[in-house]
Design a protein around this ligand. Structure first.
Ligand SMILES: C[S@@+](CC[C@H](N)C(=O)[O-])C[C@H]1O[C@@H](n2cnc3c(N)ncnc32)[C@H](O)[C@@H]1O
Length: 183
């Protein structure tokens, strides 16, 4: 976990969400931060008025740190996509779901996208910030992550709003922001 200005993922999440929702009231939006870790995304979202935030992470230690920041409502200690099990959270619960730096090897697998889409209301957004290396080079992701996203679009589950490359996800390591709107 990188606690510092050299880690730009959370700011990308915030800026993407702010630009998507226009003048909609930020405090009305119910948001899930999946793989929230110590809550860096929650902190930056809360600071700009997104105050209805839940988080989920399999590490109780990380969640304890996230809880101490006082920005999350419910915090779930769970794995996403473990043995293809559904989380115990109803369909269409959130207006937006963010996931930052948590899709990758030994973290959330590509199959986690089914849960991301399921948890978000129709018309809501999934914002997924990933290392470019994961998308293009990591075994189990490079030939799977984007094809699965495209298949979900072909199946009418969501539509791609934007796919934005940026140079400084972590210091000089590039990242990609995928934004999907749930159908
Ligand atoms: C690199 S950290 C990123 C944390 C946070 N999103 C941030 O930007 O600071 C990755 C997080 O993914 C969590 N994680 C790993 N596997 C996961 C899974 N299957 N489901 C949900 N979270 C997972 C880890 O516990 C860790 O907190």
């Amino acid at each position: 976990m990188v606690e510092g200005f050299e880690y730009k993922g959370p700011m990308r999440v915030r800026d993407t969400l702010v630009s998507l929702i226009g003048d909609r009231n930020r405090a009305d939006m119910k948001i899930m931060d999946l793989g929230c870790g110590t809550g860096l995304v929650g902190e930056v979202l809360y600071a700009v008025g997104f105050t209805q935030l839940d988080g989920l992470d399999p590490s109780q230690g990380m969640l304890d740190v996230a809880r101490s920041k006082g920005v999350y409502g419910s915090l779930f200690c769970e794995y996403v996509a473990l043995d293809n099990k559904k989380l115990d959270i109803p369909d269409n619960t959130y207006d937006a779901l963010t996931i930052c730096g948590s899709v990758g090897t030994n973290m959330v697998p590509p199959e986690g996208m089914y849960e991301m889409q399921r948890l978000v209301k129709p018309g809501g957004y999934v914002i997924n910030v990933v290392r470019r290396e994961t998308v293009l080079e990591s075994p189990g992701f490079k030939d799977k992550l984007e094809p699965m996203m495209q298949q979900m679009e072909a199946d009418g589950k969501w539509r791609l709003v934007s796919r934005v490359d940026f140079p400084d996800y972590l210091v000089d390591k590039p990242g990609v922001v995928f934004t999907h709107q749930v159908c």
